[in-house]
Design a binder for this molecule. Structure first.
Ligand SMILES: Cc1ncc(COP(=O)(O)O)c(C=O)c1O
Length: 392
């Protein structure tokens, strides 16, 4: 039988694979061939889920809590998240405004469908998390990239937003702390940015997935500044639950009904087992473990950022959150894909080329993820030292 050749929808034309996956696959091949590889490419915590959360998941399974839940998520978890906002940010967020999603990814999918029309434009930082662009393409809209650099701590200035805002721009997506840079929007900049967006009548989505994994005293949630911001968050990073696929969004109250309808249609509900497990994430025994892990990340950040600066990479003075360093390689190369490939093949250190995250100057940057322990980071730095000495 001759089959009609599948014509891909035009909105998929721009979709690109993650280069980080290519790096990871090659690293795995090299490991299979007996090489020791230092993994600094993968963006997920190397710790497995904290025991109290795992035990709550097991209890949910044993109790048969294995059906769909309401599309909004279980009430207990929405209440726990509401209490989390009150405790950590001093904001009252009604539990009805909180929706549990299959990861931040599910939340971003939901928000894309809710907020973005075909033909509209959405302002995004360049560099940023690669999926943002792809979500926007998927609904036939236009990602409008705002180049950000080390001089503005890799966050957008109002001047740069103004410059890139067009007549079809309808939204602004921000991340604080951001991936791949680990930098945050300081409170006064957040206020200024949200005011600017309001003046332009743009809807604002803020990705706060790396909250909790921050190393500064003041990391404001956008909800503290404007309670009507669309916020996405997740149990993946600080709570160490990547594989459970669980996140949440906060929406202004007038959107509750339509968000429920969208959630029912897009994924019915998030995993019930994961939701019951996540209830334990807010309890004291889990918090103690998660805070210890945050301290480990802080120590790794201190070590790696000092070492990379010493080697001649360019990076912000302070990596304020997440577990990434977006480092300039202009002292070594102007081709970050080749730089990463060479470092992996010849020295067994896996890092991600900047091209994954944007277009502006991306060939001059690489991303280091400190998602491996200090011994490995030390070995990675020794290898980089040898590599760079050899090359120069
Ligand atoms: C900035 C950012 N947002 C969203 C996600 C998606 O996370 P998840 O779907 O695991 O919650 C990631 C994952 O790496 C991310 O870095």
């Amino acid at each position: 039988m001759s089959r009609k050749k599948l014509q891909l929808p035009s909105r998929l034309v721009h979709m690109e694979p993650f280069r980080v996956m290519t790096v990871l696959q090659r690293a795995i091949q090299l490991e299979a061939a007996g090489r020791k590889i230092i993994h600094m490419e993968v963006g997920e915590p190397d710790f497995s889920t904290a025991r109290p959360i795992v035990e709550a998941g097991i209890r949910a399974l044993d109790s048969g809590l294995t059906q769909y839940t309401a599309a909004e998520g279980i009430v207990e978890l929405r209440e726990a998240i509401s209490a989390h906002y009150a405790k950590h940010y001093g904001v009252q967020i009604d539990r009805d405004r909180i929706f549990i999603t299959p990861g931040a990814s599910g939340g971003l999918l939901l928000f894309t469908n809710l907020l973005v029309n075909a033909g509209e434009g959405v302002l995004l930082c360049d560099p940023a998390y690669p999926c943002y662009r792809n979500y926007i393409y998927m609904v036939g809209a236009e990602p409008q990239l705002v180049p950000v650099g080390i001089e503005t701590n890799f966050q957008p200035s109002v001047a740069s937003l103004n410059k890139h805002c067009k007549s079809n721009t309808s939204g602004l997506w921000l991340a604080s702390p951001g991936n791949p840079t680990g930098t945050i929007l300081q409170r006064n900049d957040l206020v200024e940015t949200l005011e600017w967006a309001e003046g332009k009548k743009l809807n604002v989505l803020v990705d706060e997935i790396y909250h909790g994994l921050h190393y500064v005293d003041d990391l404001p949630s956008a909800l503290e500044v404007d309670t009507d911001t669309f916020v996405v968050n997740s149990f993946s990073k600080y709570f160490g639950m990547t594989g459970w696929r669980l996140g949440w969004v906060v929406v202004p109250s007038e959107y509750q009904e339509i968000v429920s309808t969208l959630a029912q249609n897009l994924y019915i509900s998030a995993s019930s087992i994961a939701q019951y497990a996540a209830l334990a994430a807010f309890e004291e025994d889990s918090s103690a473990i998660l805070e210890q892990r945050r301290d480990s990340f802080r120590r790794r950040r201190d070590f790696l950022s000092t070492a990379l600066k010493g080697l001649g990479f360019t990076l912000p003075d302070d990596i304020q959150g997440a577990f990434y360093i977006y480092a300039g390689i202009e002292n070594f190369s102007d081709d970050s894909e080749k730089f990463c490939a060479d470092i992996l093949e010849e020295h067994g250190v896996a890092i991600t080329p900047g091209r994954d995250f944007g277009e502006s100057d991306s060939s001059l940057f690489v991303r280091f993820a400190f998602t491996t322990d200090l011994d490995n980071l030390q070995l990675g730095v020794e290898r980089l030292t040898r590599a760079l000495r050899k090359a120069h």
